[in-house]
Design a protein around this ligand. Structure first.
Ligand code: OAD
Length: 247
């Protein structure tokens, strides 16, 4: 049996890292399914589905306006910074696929980044399909706001993927997973597909699979190695091990 210590950093040519809400928790952004998480306070069917938006657009827009402001004030923590450091230090390919809609990976310096669930700091016009930067300096989204593209009001929504919608960049992600030889999952409960299925895809292709999370996720049996603890501690430590060729 091959032990973890026999893998050196040079053994991995292509590292794919999936991140979820847990990596941003210590930056002050709530997770979804923890005891005090967002889905303990809101029904996802009201605020994170196209049907909820059709029923009560004001409720949905207020929810995302609030979250967009909170995430704009947050700062990357040691885990985000460690992943940016890995990308810099590593001479193979490192790609971060995030389910998070905050901008903390970018703020930390990660460049090769895929936002599969969209971004808080963008708006989408559901009438004409155009996307627009929507940083903290922009006004709150509202039903009255005209689209900067088509000029029509009533269609502006956050550019985030809701339940029942197809996540973004699935073709690119499939290409990355097909070439991955180390798959690392960080801060995600493994409840939401298709992201929750990436570990099985990578594993089927022969990749080593590693989970860095506060607790075992839904898919924990599919990981070759797991480290449980706070992301701000275990991610920098794991990155150090990778860079030293000890992972
Ligand atoms: P969850 O809230 O489901 O899971 C967060 C995970 O992070 C849990 O397993 C926690 O134990 C772990 N965690 C919490 N604090 C941590 C810390 N300080 N360090 C390390 N781990 C920590 O969030 P996601 O898995 O990201 O989608 O949720 C996936 C998707 O479900 C989200 O993108 C969102 C949500 O509904 C949509 O809205 C479409």
């Amino acid at each position: 049996m091959i032990s973890g210590a026999q893998f050196s950093m040079r053994s991995f040519r292509h590292i794919t890292i999936l991140t979820g809400a847990g990596i941003s928790a210590e930056s002050g952004i709530s997770t979804f399914r923890d005891k005090d998480g967002i889905w303990a306070k809101y029904d996802y069917r009201d605020v994170a589905t196209p049907e909820g938006f059709a029923r009560n657009p004001k409720l949905v827009l207020d929810f995302y306006n609030m979250r967009r402001k909170a995430s704009a004030m947050a700062k990357p923590n040691a885990a985000h910074l460690a992943l940016a450091r890995l990308e810099q230090a590593y001479d193979g390919r490192v790609v971060v696929v995030t389910q998070n809609v905050d901008a903390l990976h970018e703020a930390a310096g990660t460049q090769n980044l895929i936002h599969m669930h969209g971004e808080h700091q963008k708006a989408l016009c559901s009438l004409c399909g155009t996307r627009h930067p929507w940083g903290p300096e922009y006004p709150d989204l509202s039903a009255e706001l005209p689209c900067p593209g088509c000029g029509a009001s009533g269609g502006m929504r956050p550019d985030v993927v809701w339940f029942g919608e197809m996540p973004y960049h699935m073709g690119r992600i499939a290409d990355e997973l097909a070439r991955t030889d180390l798959f690392i999952s960080i801060g995600t409960s493994g409840n939401v597909y298709p992201a929750a299925g990436f570990v099985a895809e990578a594993r089927d292709r022969g990749a080593r699979t590693v989970e860095l999370n506060l607790e075992p996720s839904q898919g924990s049996s599919l990981f070759d190695e797991a480290v449980h603890g706070r992301a701000s501690e275990i991610v920098p430590a794991y990155v150090d091990r990778l860079i030293a060729g000890m992972a």
